[in-house]
Write a new protein. Structure first.
Length: 479
């Protein structure tokens, strides 16, 4: 190879490709990848390896249409995979938990670089499929190799009130045929139901702590699911990056003292400003007038919410404050009151489902958000609050014996957090499965930030009336 014989165009292409590759290596921070510059050099300059020989036909003829099609498809899949991994991905709003901020049927561009893209835990995966191939019902990724959590540099960090896409924290274990409610809710409820039906199960049991009782209850539920594969399907484990994607609003950051008092959020003791489109359920009682379709369409209340709201004259409907003020002026409305759930002394309404934390959906906390490097005192009364952090998220073993806590086999009366944790809520507060029910969101579960609605379809209408033209290319705002 004579370097002087190489065309200027090839040299420029090599320089640009090498520079881009070098910047990516610096971004990733793994300098072993610099060895890949040799491949870039060979592709553009030395050409010792015939990279494109598989596409050539016999006697140097043009490759067949099938070969060209395969080449284009492979290139497209690789390009999409890299874009989804490092830059952005599409996400569709599946539920009403963020209405009226985000609507069911909104298709979003989610920026990975807003908070920094993660290196994948499962790098070998099929593009555009989160965890399961449709129809085939098989995994879309390989179990090997597995990489540890690493987040690349981004443009910023998660801020309070950001709308955030993240992997579902309790989606690590899944009963394939029944994913809603999640596995941990299912085993707990099945276990309690089993005990209610057969009190003999507890007759000879002595529990030194609520934690030990919960582990026993959970084991009963696990056994039921494992023995009923026809109903529940296979029980699968999913790595962090293959857990289902959720989207909520971040209401509390690491280190915050979070509390809800009668539906109002307080951070560090101060009431926060509520999002403009915040919704709660309201009890609406009419003078006997039945609400018609025009009423629901005018207020933007979906078909699902209308059906769940009842047939009157007592309705339970989600509304914003401004919607409620408008409805109060209607002559047929006798009363309109915001729904409010208070603690019931059982401690089983919300996470951590413990009698030591007698909270409810609308009265929650105070709860100090875990922050990386901070240490919390552990005891028998609060261990259920931190159990998943210690075991599922940060990978330690946990036992409680004789009222003593053991972490990795050692007696422990404190724990130092290895990651930051966030609290996520939906703006449709009374119709949202969120951190009040499954707890903290670890930093390694954060996917990205929605930037733009590029398509929005109303599932309650047929084409073309289902297209929400006014939401096309609408920027996602956090207020």
């Amino acid at each position: 190879m004579n370097f002087k014989d190489i065309s200027l165009a090839r040299k420029i292409k090599f320089a640009l490709a090498a520079l881009l590759y070098l910047l990516v290596v610096i971004w990733i921070g793994n300098y072993w990848l610099l060895a890949g510059l040799a491949i870039v050099f060979d592709i553009y300059i030395s050409r010792f390896i015939p990279w494109g020989s598989w596409k050539k036909g016999k006697d140097g003829k043009k490759p067949s249409a099938l070969v060209e099609w395969i080449d284009a498809l492979v290139f497209a899949l690789v390009a999409v995979y890299m874009i989804n991994l490092f830059l952005f991905q599409n996400y569709k709003i599946p539920t009403s938990s963020l209405e009226k901020t985000m609507l069911v049927g909104d298709h979003l561009f989610v920026s990975k670089v807003s908070y920094g893209p993660r290196m994948p835990n499962t790098p070998i995966a099929f593009p555009l499929v989160q965890n399961t191939f449709p129809l085939l019902n098989t995994k879309s990724y390989t179990e090997w190799p597995k990489w540890d959590y690493k987040r690349l540099k981004g443009f910023g960090k998660v801020e309070r009130d950001d709308i955030v896409v993240f992997n579902f924290p309790t989606g690590d274990t899944v009963a394939f045929n029944r994913t809603n409610p999640d596995y941990y809710v299912s085993i707990r409820e099945l276990g309690y139901n089993q005990v209610a039906q057969n009190p003999q199960l507890l007759r000879d049991k002595t529990f030194n702590s609520e934690y030990q009782q919960r582990m026993f209850i959970n084991e009963l539920g696990r056994t039921i699911i494992a023995n009923n594969k026809a109903s529940f399907g296979e029980v699968l484990y999913r790595p962090v990056d293959r857990r289902d994607n959720y989207v909520k609003r971040c209401v509390a950051l690491p280190g915050d003292l979070f509390e809800i008092r009668d539906n109002q959020i307080y951070i560090n003791g101060e009431a926060v400003d509520n999002p403009e489109n915040l919704q709660h359920n309201y009890h609406l009682i009419t003078d006997g007038t039945r609400l018609n379709q025009r009423f629901f369409e005018r207020l933007g209340i979906s078909e699902d919410d209308r059906l769940e709201g009842g047939n009157g004259p007592h309705y339970l409907l989600p509304m914003t404050e401004s919607m409620a003020e408008e409805v109060r002026q209607y002559p047929f409305v006798q009363s309109l009151e915001k729904d409010l759930v208070r603690p019931n002394n059982s401690g089983l309404q919300v996470f951590p489902y413990s009698r030591n934390f007698n909270w409810s959906r609308d009265n929650y906390g105070p709860l100090k958000m875990p922050a990386r490097g901070e240490t919390v005192a552990l005891n028998i009364d609060n261990i259920l609050l931190y159990e998943r952090i210690i075991t599922a998220y940060e990978g330690h073993t946990l036992e409680v014996k004789d009222n003593q806590i053991y972490i990795d086999g050692q007696v422990a009366d404190s724990y130092t957090f290895e990651m930051d944790y966030y609290f996520m809520l939906g703006d449709n507060r009374h119709k949202s499965a969120d951190s009040r029910y499954w707890g903290f969101v670890p930093e390694d579960h954060i996917v990205g930030r929605p930037l733009l609605v590029w398509l929005s379809l109303n599932k309650d209408k047929s084409f073309p009336g289902n297209i929400r033209w006014n939401r096309f290319f609408k920027w996602v705002k956090n207020d």
